[in-house]
Design a protein around this ligand. Structure first.
Ligand SMILES: *[C@@H]1O[C@H](CO)[C@@H](O)[C@H](O)[C@H]1NC(C)=O
Ligand SMILES: *[C@@H]1O[C@H](CO)[C@@H](O)[C@H](O)[C@H]1NC(C)=O
Ligand SMILES: *[C@@H]1O[C@H](CO)[C@@H](O)[C@H](O)[C@H]1NC(C)=O
Ligand SMILES: *[C@@H]1O[C@H](CO)[C@@H](O)[C@H](O)[C@H]1NC(C)=O
Ligand SMILES: *[C@@H]1O[C@H](CO)[C@@H](O)[C@H](O)[C@H]1NC(C)=O
Ligand SMILES: *[C@@H]1O[C@H](CO)[C@@H](O)[C@H](O)[C@H]1NC(C)=O
Length: 423
């Protein structure tokens, strides 16, 4: 018994001695290597803890890193955020995308006003978060597990500034996009400055649609959101959109309808707008150790905004006689002498539609009929009645999925050939 106790005591002493030696070694290392070139064991930037050249900070779960990076085939330096655990560096956010540094003397720090800034060697401010003119006391910048870089006043929960409010070309889970808050493409893979393409959510005629714009011209359109999915994304892709949400309101609880929210759970999936205007959902393939695009748009030329247009004018017969019988379910067809509608299946619904509230499918047809300029209607669950006037802009027929679209036809005696061509 006594021998065993003594042995235990001895081994405890040896363990304690080991611990002391290790602690002393670490202290020595810290004294002789005050600026270890890899990462601080921190997630924050403070006035005394800045980022210089090769330093990085990590999010608490170590999924994201922030520091200086040099794009491929470039000599410019930028502050960026990238995935820390994935070997192939993919930058998801860039601070000074319009103002690169040309050498390694930059410092990313908190200045005397408490603002988050990037300084060059002469202490000129190359980039700032707030351009604060009044003093923020004890502020610090923190990299969160979501990849969001936030600026906080000490002891406060509210963010004074956050990178998620100023997206680059990448959409991460819990970020929000709207009409003005857009992803903006890089100029090229070696140049993160703002390129020609942007993507965001537009709300018009009570319909919500995702767009890719080329400068201010539409380049691609998702079709209207029906509460569950974008109707113009063909259903073969829809499995990737499970868990995709569009939520009203922004971080300040602003429900004015301008800001919407895509939402996905997995940190290694992202949406990225490439320099040539392609929006991709990208995942890391752990087996192949490569990024893989699981969805992209536009895919084929026919996806580009414009699609097909109907330009033929309709004659307007504003004669409602006969409709009451139709509405009373006494006849199956609306009156023969009025315009007919052609049902087209699996359609990407046209742009520039208008929602008419409080009518059913039949009422929707009637609403289109009594408007002389109505050229088509659709009745879609969760959205209801939609009508289009003038041109039918950007329609497309899918091989599966899509919606039913009723296109108004000229009177039989006037019709020559069917005036609509589809790809
Ligand atoms: C960098 O330059 C090399 C050689 O010119 C080229 O093959 C490569 O595609 C370039 N990479 C990027 C990202 O531009
Ligand atoms: C770093 O670049 C700046 C201009 O961006 C220049 O003024 C400065 O002299 C450069 N420093 C070094 C060490 O090259
Ligand atoms: C820049 O600011 C730092 C810290 O305040 C100071 O030590 C340094 O001398 C300044 N450099 C220049 C060129 O003004
Ligand atoms: C930053 O603030 C200063 C002083 O208030 C102002 O003169 C300057 O125009 C601001 N810069 C930007 C880019 O807003
Ligand atoms: C809500 O957002 C809109 C558009 O960004 C803005 O014009 C409006 O002032 C905001 N309203 C509130 C209460 O913040
Ligand atoms: C068509 O007739 C209906 C019913 O009389 C009327 O409400 C509507 O304004 C007319 N539309 C046009 C374009 O004249």
């Amino acid at each position: 018994m006594g021998g065993v106790q003594k042995k235990n005591q001895q081994s405890q002493e040896i363990h304690a001695w080991h611990r002391r030696v290790i602690r002393a070694l670490i202290t020595l290392l810290l004294i002789f290597y005050p600026s270890l070139p890899s990462s601080f064991a921190t997630d924050s930037i403070t006035p005394t803890q800045s980022i210089k050249d090769a330093n990085t900070i990590l999010s608490p779960d170590e999924n994201f890193a922030l520091g200086f990076f040099i794009p491929p085939n470039s000599t410019n330096r930028y502050i960026g955020i990238w995935y820390n655990k994935i070997p192939e560096q993919k930058v998801v956010w860039v601070a000074n995308r319009q103002n690169p540094l040309t050498n390694s003397s930059g410092v990313f720090t908190i200045n005397s006003n408490g603002d988050l800034v990037l300084l060059d060697k002469q202490n000129n401010t190359v980039w700032f978060a707030l351009n604060a003119s009044t003093q923020i006391r004890n502020s610090r910048a923190k990299l969160l597990d979501t990849g969001n870089l936030v600026l906080l006043e000490d002891g406060e929960k509210r963010y004074l500034w956050q990178s998620f409010e100023h997206p680059s070309d990448t959409f991460l889970s819990t970020m929000k996009l709207g009409e003005s808050k857009r992803l903006r493409s890089w100029k090229s893979l070696s140049d993160p400055s703002i390129g020609s393409f942007s993507t965001g959510v537009n709300v018009a005629g009570n319909l919500k649609q995702t767009f890719i714009w080329y400068n201010s011209t539409p380049h691609w359109r998702s079709g209207p959101w029906n509460g569950r999915t974008f109707t113009g994304i063909s259903s073969t892709d829809s499995e990737y959109f499970n868990g995709f949400q569009l939520v009203r309101g922004d971080l300040e609880g602003n429900a004015s309808g301008g800001t919407y929210d895509y939402f996905r759970d997995s940190f290694d999936s992202r949406f990225e707008l490439g320099p040539s205007g392609k929006l991709q959902q990208v995942r890391w393939d752990e087996e192949k150790k490569k990024y893989r695009a699981v969805w992209s748009a536009p895919q084929v030329e026919c996806d580009l905004y414009g699609g097909c247009e109907r330009r033929r004018q309709l004659d307007c017969y504003n004669d409602t006689t006969g409709w009451s019988v139709y509405f009373e379910d006494k006849v199956l067809q609306p009156p023969v002498h009025v315009d007919r509608f052609l049902k087209m299946k699996m359609m990407k619904l046209p742009d520039l539609g208008e929602v008419i509230d409080g009518v059913d499918g039949k009422g929707c047809k009637y609403q289109c009929f009594i408007r002389c300029d109505c050229v088509a209607y659709a009745f879609v669950g969760r959205i209801g009645c939609m009508v289009w006037s003038g041109y039918l802009m950007d329609i497309q027929q899918f091989s599966s999925g899509g919606e039913e679209l009723y296109i108004r036809l000229p009177l039989p005696q006037n019709s020559e050939s069917f005036p609509l061509l589809l790809p």
